[in-house]
Design a protein around this ligand. Structure first.
Ligand SMILES: NC(=O)c1ccc[n+]([C@@H]2O[C@H](COP(=O)([O-])OP(=O)(O)OC[C@H]3O[C@@H](n4cnc5c(N)ncnc54)[C@H](OP(=O)(O)O)[C@@H]3O)[C@@H](O)[C@H]2O)c1
Length: 331
């Protein structure tokens, strides 16, 4: 099988496409999947370049936190040969060999069926980023924050999570305010943003513990001072979904938004999301994401391109997402 393999050489991680025997895959699973597509995420770029301590398994290691493919054989009984499945999270591509390989050995409980009608390449266009955005949208809805409640702010809006959050919320009828550091009004309006604000508006943090209530809800990929500002500006019984730390991991706040306005700060962890919720989110993604938007937002690359694409991604020079073609779909 062809795979992008990371090996440790003289203390540094070196990634190259190699031909491996399928027997080389650590046998920690109960199901074998022929991988059709994967995608390139920030974590993958760190694993490939060795710039971040993402790999928790032994070397040699195959990264790739997302994959879609066809079951080759299953010892668990949950799936049959030929079934199409999606895998994200659960340490795949971090602790367990991941999607940058023609075959993957996985645990069946990590998988969900590929929803009927969702093309495999589109599933990877969505990937962990779109899945995380959907989990945030579900949290907002479950808190009773609806399109009539007021504006919902999305930070890091041109990123993977942010772009899908803008798209999904606007399609549900929410008034979406997209916060970005880029000159991207056209892109974000195309995804459905009602208005676009400069990243700096929120980046300096909260002026007061309770500022004027502006946001009915929020999907935040940035964290730090930005999250602090959003909490102080969230209206009564609003929900803020904390997804990421693109701007910082620290959070300084008071309890006032929580005890005087009933604001909820909801944590989103796509990695360990339980099966039923995971499946519900993917079913909704298959219905609610516009395929034309995925095509607009993505570019397909090959295993051999992963090294250079990782450098570009880490330099902040990628807009949208990269789908990685790993195997061939039967025509
Ligand atoms: N909770 C989960 O399960 C989960 C899942 C996936 C990702 N994440 C996390 O969520 C975050 C976003 O992931 P992603 O895949 O969307 O990443 P991404 O595609 O790299 O997007 C991140 C966006 O954040 C903004 N940004 C970057 N640097 C910033 C800075 N210093 N200050 C403020 N904003 C900055 C940029 O958007 P603008 O230029 O538009 O401002 C950028 O496009 C990351 O922290 C990631 O680790 C969490």
């Amino acid at each position: 099988m062809r795979a992008l393999v990371v090996r440790e050489k003289h203390g540094a991680a070196v990634a190259e496409v190699e031909h491996l025997s399928t027997a080389a895959t650590p046998n920690r699973g109960d199901i074998t999947v022929r991988v059709l597509y994967s995608s390139l995420n920030y974590k993958d770029a760190l694993a490939i370049t060795g710039k971040g301590k993402i790999i928790r398994g032994d070397y040699p290691f195959v990264p790739g936190i997302d994959l879609v493919g066809e079951v080759v054989n299953s010892e668990a009984g949950r799936y049959a040969a030929g079934d199409r499945v999606v895998a994200t999270g659960w340490g795949i591509g971090e602790e367990h060999w991941g999607g940058f390989s023609e075959f993957a050995r996985l645990r069946s409980e990590w998988l969900v069926p590929l929803p009927v009608g969702l093309r495999p390449a589109h599933a990877m266009g969505i990937g962990t980023a779109g899945f995380t955005a959907m989990l945030a949208v579900m949290s907002i809805e479950e808190a009773g924050v609806g399109p009539e409640s007021g504006e919902v702010v999305v930070t890091g809006a041109t990123g993977g999570v942010g772009s899908y959050a803008v798209h999904l919320l606007s399609r549900r009828g929410y008034q979406v305010v997209a916060s970005t550091g880029k000159d991207a009004v056209e892109y974000l309006s195309g995804l459905g943003a009602a208005r676009v604000i400069e990243r700096d508006v929120l980046a300096s943090g909260a002026e007061r513990p309770l500022d004027s209530g502006i946001w009915a809800g929020a999907v935040d990929s940035v964290g730090g001072k930005t999250l602090e500002a959003i909490l102080s500006q969230t209206r009564r019984h609003g929900l803020v979904a904390a997804c990421g730390l693109a701007g910082g991991a620290e959070l300084s706040t008071t309890v006032f938004p929580f005890i005087l306005r009933g604001v909820t700060l909801a944590g989103i962890d796509s990695n360990t999301c339980p099966y039923d919720r995971r499946r519900k989110a993917w079913e909704r993604l298959s219905r609610e994401v516009d395929g034309a938007v995925i095509d607009e937002m993505t570019e397909t690359i090959e295993l051999d391109d992963l090294g250079s694409a990782s450098q570009t991604l880490l330099a902040g020079n990628i807009t949208g997402r990269r789908i990685v073609r790993v195997g061939r779909e039967a025509s």
